[in-house]
Write a protein that binds this ligand. Structure first.
Ligand code: ADP
Ligand code: MG
Length: 250
């Protein structure tokens, strides 16, 4: 589903990805963990082209989004092709990023209507189905400001799913929530995982990572320093940074 090789990314003089490689198989759930500033968000943002990589290769579902030859700067697919490739990925952010001036239902149908050019009568039933799935059909005509944080995040997940992605990227989806609201969001994510959605989840929820993720990617200082089955990682983290991180988290 995702094959990324030797990704390099700098912000000015700061190296944020220093040769990161990962591959993700269909249906795999991967927890991306690591200290703040280690490059987790940047990795996700590079994968779906919210940031440009300087160097490296990114393939999504067999299509090449960006490619470097012989250490040269990454060459991107033409814009239309790049957009089509990135539409295979849905992204959920820490701060929801819902459209405040649109109702819940309108938030879900906006991109299918404008980006995919689908008809209202096609997209509304799909959106309603997704709202039922995340338990928010009764909020369909509310504006985001009227929802709790947990409800907003479930709408954001449904909105991403409305584009029918093959891959879902989550960047700390519960970090902005009050503790009592994280459960409902994690439950929705767990259900998605059970439906064999391919998921890359940046999270500090170690219990969730341990239960739901197949693999853990641990990042430190712009590198992936461990990439192992979740069970092995939690039983016996190898890298000193990972060990220190887990001791601190648990
Ligand atoms: P993480 O998600 O692991 O906390 P990030 O990927 O957000 O880490 O950030 C990695 C480093 O890159 C941090 O030092 C951060 O300050 C820096 N950074 C992130 N985005 C930008 C940006 N747009 N411009 C400059 N520096 C950035
Ligand atoms: Mg981050």
């Amino acid at each position: 589903m995702i094959c990324a090789t030797d990704l390099h990314k700098r912000f000015g003089s700061l190296q944020v990805l220093g040769g990161v490689s990962l591959s993700v198989a269909p249906g795999e759930v991967i927890a991306v963990i690591g200290p703040s500033g280690s490059g987790k968000s940047t990795l996700l943002r590079c994968l779906n082209h919210l940031e440009h990589i300087d160097r490296g290769t990114i393939q999504i579902g067999g299509d090449t989004l960006a490619q470097s030859h012989g250490g040269a700067a990454a060459h991107y697919a033409p814009p239309r092709e790049a957009r089509r490739i990135c539409q295979r990925m849905g992204m959920v952010f820490q701060h929801f990023n819902l459209f405040p001036h649109l109702t819940v239902l309108e938030n879900l149908i906006e991109a299918p209507l404008t980006v995919k050019g689908l008809k209202r009568e096609q997209v509304v039933p799909v959106a309603e189905g997704l709202l039922r799935k995340v338990g928010l059909i009764d909020k369909r005509d509310n504006y985001p400001a009227r929802l709790s944080g947990g409800q907003k995040q479930r709408v954001a997940i449904a909105r991403a799913l409305a584009m029918q992605p093959d891959i879902m990227l989550f960047d700390e989806p519960t970090s902005a929530l009050d503790p009592e609201l994280t459960g409902e969001v994690l439950r929705t994510m767990r259900e998605l995982a059970q439906e064999r959605m391919t998921m890359l989840v940046v999270t500090h929820e170690m219990a969730f990572a341990r239960e739901v993720a197949h693999r853990v990617i641990f990042m430190a200082d712009a590198q992936i320093v461990e990439d192992r089955p979740a069970r092995d990682f939690f039983a016996d983290p190898h890298h000193p940074r990972a060990r220190a991180f887990l001791e601190h988290m648990l």
